[in-house]
Design a protein. Structure first.
Length: 367
């Protein structure tokens, strides 16, 4: 399964786009290579729907430019061969950007003057995917984990066969060639050298990723690797014990439990902070209050119901106007403005919302 997770910069850039011919397409896909033609067939149908909507209100040049971008994707078989669980595409007459996501998102086509970003926010709020590094002195494996698909071991070019070969010795427990390192001291030095070699070959694969990396290792290798890795998204919780005794499936099952606990703890922390800030007017659920706070740059964290939609508009001064006939979702508009001022923005299920609201904000200061 191939994953392209959007960065914070990607989100801010997409949220800021204003083009009368902005096309957003979300497409549920299969990560099974044999289903590549099915993915293409479904995409062709949604692409056709987007072009039809464009033709109803856009100039021929704009339609032709976007159609060319979409056709280029359709005519690239290798692209459809390596999918995640959903595909997000954002196109204007001058650019196209796509992300292969680990979440199951509903098919959607939007043609307005801005991109629909709430489903993308959901994908980064809780990606349902992780990487597991199972490392012991006998070798290292990188396992790709998704919510409900079989675990897959990733081939890592240059991965050391084991700790001893990584440091050029028959064993990591003996005396060094210089005779200065021996016993536990020498073993830890060589394990550090080995862990650094593993981290070095993983860096090209982890570059640009934001998925949690769950370490499966026994001490002292677990702490050694955690202390030297440059990857920013190492999970605090580990899979304990000797990973050599666990299959890829067992490692994936353990990692899913870690992911669930990370998400649950994050929600509890948000709820606690929201309740604490409520007492001094630094938390809000009223959409008008949130719109004004977002316009003033006062939103620190915004949580939105991923399925909620309220038609209307938000002015540059933060004034919210409800209008059933308007094409914009004011909850998404509030999210755009919050993103633009550096806020953390999350999209969750309604059952996980503070006070079961459509949106909730933790504020930097009272407004």
């Amino acid at each position: 399964m191939h994953i392209d997770m959007p960065t914070r910069y990607d989100l801010e850039r997409l949220a800021a786009v204003r083009d009368p011919h902005s096309v957003t397409i979300y497409l549920s896909t299969s990560s099974v290579p044999a289903d590549s033609e099915k993915n293409q067939t479904k995409a062709r149908s949604l692409f056709g729907s987007a072009i039809k909507q464009l033709q109803e209100g856009s100039g021929k040049e704009s339609v032709a430019a976007i159609e060319a971008f979409l056709n280029e994707l359709l005519e690239a078989p290798e692209f459809w061969f390596d999918m995640g669980r959903s595909l997000a595409i954002f196109a204007t007459p001058t650019s196209v950007l796509e992300f292969r996501l680990p979440n199951d998102l509903e098919d959607q086509v939007s043609v307005t003057d801005r991109f629909a970003i709430t489903p993308l926010l959901r994908a980064i709020t809780f990606p349902n995917a992780a990487l597991v590094l199972a490392i012991s002195q006998n070798g290292a494996r990188l396992i790709e984990v998704s919510a409900d698909r079989p675990a897959e071991e990733v081939t890592v070019p240059g991965m050391p066969a084991d700790a001893a070969s990584a440091v050029g010795l028959d064993s990591i427990g003996g005396r060094s060639p210089s005779g200065r390192l021996q016993g536990d001291e020498g073993r830890k030095v060589r394990l550090t050298q080995y862990a650094r070699s593993v981290d070095h070959v993983l860096r090209p694969m982890l570059n640009g990723q934001s998925l949690p990396l769950v370490i499966a290792a026994a001490e002292p290798l677990r702490s050694i690797y955690r202390n030297l890795t440059g990857y920013a998204h190492v999970a605090a919780e580990v899979i304990e014990g000797n990973p050599d005794e666990l299959t890829a499936t067992q490692l994936a099952d353990a990692a899913r439990g870690v992911l669930d606990r990370i998400y649950a703890a994050d929600l509890v922390a948000l709820q606690t902070t929201f309740e604490e800030r409520r007492t001094n007017s630094r938390a809000a659920t009223d959409l008008s209050d949130l719109a004004r706070a977002a316009a003033f740059g006062a939103v620190e964290t915004l949580v939105v119901d991923m399925d909620a939609a309220v038609n209307g508009s938000v002015g540059d001064d933060g004034v919210l106007t409800l209008d059933a006939d308007a094409g914009n979702n004011v909850i998404e508009e509030i999210a755009r403005r919050a993103l633009g001022t550096g806020a953390r923005v999350l999209a969750v299920r309604q059952s996980d919302m503070p006070e079961k609201a459509q949106a909730a904000g933790i504020l930097r200061y009272a407004v």
